[in-house]
Ligand binder design. Structure first.
Ligand SMILES: Cc1cc2nc3c(=O)[nH]c(=O)nc-3n(C[C@H](O)[C@H](O)[C@H](O)COP(=O)(O)OP(=O)(O)OC[C@H]3O[C@@H](n4cnc5c(N)ncnc54)[C@H](O)[C@@H]3O)c2cc1C
Length: 467
């Protein structure tokens, strides 16, 4: 059953109606149900909605979750809205799904039940539901394509019956201690939603340093919308960037262009580095319990060496075999359009060089602060100041354990900025189960009676996830 979110139109607040069925135990008398708004219906929103669903089935009082999504559930994975063509392989193993690491510790007395029931919404259970599990195991558990991963996320959304409003968030303000998100929808009048907390997900595309738009200059979003134009291409393509955005574009390019084309990859490092994918690296992403024991300098060095400026092992293995790929040294500073050519300005060790290329892809990563432009300058003035050029670094170092901005209410959760302060896995897919625990913990209230064992929890909880 779906519920309607608190919708605010012309100053009227329509109360929510309906809810999920099935409670375990009695709920204590507490304050009215709260609403948590999530902007973007990607893996983070689904991880939060799934955990909320399981907790509710176990009798917890949980907030309503309202997801605001401009395109469709898992839009950034399906290939129709940029970021990928849907045919690239997921870098992270798919069993690091919306419940991973299945090791909740904060739902006192309910942890085993929460972990167990979350597993009903796992990647493996999705494959079982599709009839493809045994084949996936026999094939050596291959990485799925982004499009398939998107379909898994859409399956989770169906199972947990989350309310998703398809509309674009245009303005975020604070009114009477609550968040208000103003949205627009094609052909409809503007709508607003109110929430007690807000979670911002996703990333914005970075802009290339060129005076005006050029059809042969693309970024990490628009490249995927133009990938067909590279089939059989014979010229020189420059990719600027040394991280995973550049890596996945380089892999797609060498598969699309003619063998006579040249693919240049510009980075300011001596080499294209790869991450090790060792247990010691991976465990910090899965379990950041001692992350804050490290100095800030050590945390940032770890992120640089394992995430920010590195290609995945898979990407490097493809590029190692491609004879037309050239690593290029230098920091790209400017792009000029001169007659038919594009000229890339590059700086290294104080000297400047110029390179003429036919096409250029600015793949320097994505912008986690994309939402700042939506903040209302008057009601959100302290936040606008906190994210100004001068302060954003210190603000992101002060993200608290529930992944929200320190000392600010109503809560603004920004997992995309929480890597330095809380753990390297929060911006990505490495610990979505832990992310949902951290965010939901302060919004959920335990029932009075507790299950003595998982056997005491209602069968409907298992059923609802399996059906
Ligand atoms: C194609 C792709 C592959 C990746 N591969 C990996 C990987 O293998 N491993 C890994 O760890 N990380 C990977 N990442 C990086 C990172 O994990 C993800 O960016 C992040 O975890 C995505 O999850 P999310 O829920 O934050 O947002 P997303 O899935 O990016 O979802 C954000 C959503 O917000 C919506 N949106 C944007 N603006 C608005 C607005 N104004 N109003 C309403 N909705 C809006 C978008 O349409 C989108 O659906 C990948 C990212 C992408 C895009």
């Amino acid at each position: 059953m779906r519920y309607l979110p608190a919708r605010v139109e012309a100053g009227l607040n329509f109360a929510s109606i309906g809810s999920f069925g099935g409670h375990f135990g009695m709920l204590p008398a507490v304050a009215p149900e709260r609403t948590l708004i999530v902007v973007g219906a990607g893996p983070k929103a689904l991880a939060i909605a799934a955990k909320r669903h399981v907790l509710r089935q176990l009798g917890w009082r949980v907030p309503k979750i309202l997801v605001i999504e401009k395109d469709e559930i898992a839009a950034n994975w399906c290939g129709r809205f940029g970021f990928t063509d849907g045919h690239q392989h997921l870098g992270t193993p798919p069993h690091k799904d919306i419940g991973f690491p299945y090791d909740s510790v904060c739902w006192t007395g309910f942890e085993a039940a929460v972990n167990g029931y979350m597993f009903n919404l796992s990647w493996q259970n999705y494959l079982i539901a599709q009839g493809g599990y045994a084949k996936w195991v026999d094939r050596g558990r291959p990485a799925p394509l982004h499009g398939e991963w998107g379909r898994y996320l859409q399956w989770v959304a169906q199972k947990v019956d989350v309310f998703v409003e398809i509309a674009c968030a245009k303005k975020i303000s604070i009114r009477e201690g609550k968040w208000r998100v103003q949205c627009s929808k094609e052909g409809e009048k503007k709508t607003s939603f109110e929430g007690d907390g807000i979670v911002i997900t996703g990333l914005g595309a970075s802009s290339p340093p060129i005076n005006k738009r050029h059809p042969r200059v693309m970024n990490g979003l628009t490249f995927w919308q133009n990938i067909e134009s590279f089939r059989g291409f014979k010229g020189t393509v420059a990719i600027v960037g040394g991280g995973e955005t550049a890596a996945s574009i380089a892999v797609a390019l060498v598969q699309a262009v003619s063998p006579s084309a040249i693919v240049q990859i510009f980075t300011s490092h001596a080499s294209i580095y790869s991450r090790g994918e060792s247990f010691f690296e991976n465990q910090r992403y899965t379990d950041p319990h001692d992350w804050t024991d490290l100095t800030i300098a050590d945390r940032e060095q770890f992120i640089d060496r394992t995430d920010r400026g590195v290609f995945s092992v898979h990407a490097n293995s493809v590029l190692d075999r491609a004879e037309n790929v050239r690593p290029m040294l230098g920091k790209a500073t400017k792009i000029e359009s001169v007659a038919e050519a594009l000229v890339l300005h590059v700086e290294y060790a104080g000297s400047q060089r110029k390179f003429a290329v036919d096409r250029l892809i600015w793949a320097t990563g994505f912008n986690p602060l994309w939402f700042v432009k939506l903040l209302d300058e008057s009601s959100c003035a302290p936040l606008v100041e906190a994210f100004s050029d001068d302060n954003r670094r210190s603000t992101s170092r002060r993200i608290t354990s529930d992944l929200s901005v320190a000392a600010f209410t109503p809560k603004l959760h920004i997992p995309m900025l929480a890597n330095t302060s809380q753990g390297p896995g929060f911006p990505n897919l490495s610990c979505l189960g832990l992310l949902s625990d951290r965010i939901l913990e302060s919004y959920a209230t335990a029932p009075v009676s507790r299950p003595k064992s998982m056997r005491d929890t209602p069968w409907s909880a298992v059923q609802s996830a399996r059906e």
